[in-house]
Design a binder for this molecule. Structure first.
Ligand code: ZN
Length: 393
């Protein structure tokens, strides 16, 4: 039996108390002789949930990449596919560096989309799977097989996706059925066909804006209903829900709620974003992610979900403390709900995934997102004073 006592902390910013951890879970009692950690009166929250990122492609630790990529989505996709070879990007090493950075900020779970294409085959999935094994017990990584370069436009990709799912990817990904593939029926039939064949959930990138995105979203909703996949479909980005025509969006949000389709927001500064207060009002489960960081798409990102909570707040005009707390909730409980995590939270019996944050209140912790004093995964220390306990390669 392993036991740990965390004393002098404030769960979710509440009153000062202590928490016991026995065999990786919060427990009502702890045996004599358990190790004691003084948390200095800090706020304790559950482990941060990075529910949308791309572990296979960050350039962390590599030479600076001079970005001269064109403005369209397809420019970034085509460039990346070629440049990954030229740069000698190793998906195992890069995903390990990226995951360790996330852990340093108190992240305990990651959902990563991983490129599957005819150029690189399954190298990305294999690399991220190797990292997942290497970091087992310190962070949980879920893999979405992601046909970023398209399935309809690049024959052979559907078969590759099938292989990725057999190999161990947990979800079927997809991307802009109209804008990218110009074949919404073909693309979505392939995505949902793979989901049905493998009995796996779906998480689709939808960058399409306004009416184009609404059309794709309705096609996704129709297939969710036809296959009885309520609760097993997520839409990432969903920029079309940030459209000006709130009447149309309201109708869509009603349908999303009715069919338990989840939303994952990345709250970028550069696009319209789903209105998180509305999603909450509709009862739509909402998580968040940093998306790709420091890659050939763009130079930004720190893989810090507390900072992402601030971005969500800024993009949604969240100012009141209870509103900023909603942004944090999306980066913790929301992401955990979308990912269907069992035993998530700070209650007795929950898995002891948790992180100490700085600030007098939750809102202050989000706004300052200062280095985390301590982060635990199943009661095991994974980060101290803003640094992961293991070194990146
Ligand atoms: Zn993405």
């Amino acid at each position: 039996m392993t036991a740990l006592i965390l004393k002098n902390l404030r769960p979710m910013g509440g009153d000062l108390t202590g928490l016991n951890i026995v065999d990786g879970r919060f427990s009502a009692t702890a045996p004599d002789g358990a190790e004691v950690i003084d948390c200095g009166g800090r706020i304790l929250i559950p482990g941060m949930i990075e529910a949308h990122t791309h572990l296979d492609k960050s350039l962390l630790g590599m030479d600076w990449y001079r970005n001269e990529v064109g403005p369209r989505l397809i420019d970034k996709i085509d460039n990346e596919r070629e440049v990954k070879v030229a740069l000698g990007l190793d998906p195992q090493v890069q995903s390990e560096r990226h995951a360790i950075l996330a852990m340093s900020h108190g992240c305990t779970h990651i959902r990563s989309h991983v490129d599957v294409d005819t150029h690189h085959g399954l190298a990305g999935v294999e690399g991220v799977m190797a990292t997942r094994e290497k970091l087992a017990g310190m962070i949980d990584i879920e893999i979405v097989a992601f046909p970023q370069s398209g399935m309809m436009t690049r024959p052979g990709t559907v078969e590759m996706m099938d292989e990725a799912l057999k190999l161990g990817a947990e979800l079927v990904g997809g991307i802009d059925p109209c804008g990218m593939e110009h074949d919404p029926k073909g693309h979505l039939d392939a995505v949902f066909g793979l989901a049905e064949k493998h009995g796996k959930p779906v998480d689709i990138h939808l960058h399409e804006r306004d009416a184009l995105g609404w059309f794709s979203m309705e096609e996704i909703i129709d297939r969710t209903i036809a296959l009885g996949m309520q609760g097993k479909v997520a839409i990432s980005h969903a920029f079309c829900l940030g459209a000006v025509d709130r009447g149309y969006v309201a109708g869509l949000q009603e349908k999303l709620a009715e069919n338990q389709i989840h939303i994952l927001t990345t709250a970028p500064a550069s696009a319209p974003v789903p209105a998180v207060k509305e999603l909450k009002a509709y009862g739509i489960l909402t998580g968040a992610g940093c998306d790709g960081i420091r890659d050939t798409w763009g130079p930004y990102g720190n893989s810090d979900m507390l900072e992402k909570a601030m971005h969500i707040g800024m993009r949604n005009n969240l100012r009141r403390d209870d509103e900023v707390e909603l942004a944090l909730d999306i980066c913790t409980f929301g992401g955990a709900a979308v990912m269907g995590l069992d035993g998530y939270g700070l209650d007795i019996g929950c898995v002891a995934d948790c992180v100490l944050v700085e600030g007098a209140t939750l809102a202050e912790a989000v706004v300052t997102h200062a280095p985390r004093k301590l982060a635990l995964k199943a009661g095991k220390v994974i980060a101290r004073d803003g640094a992961c306990v293991i070194e990146a390669p």
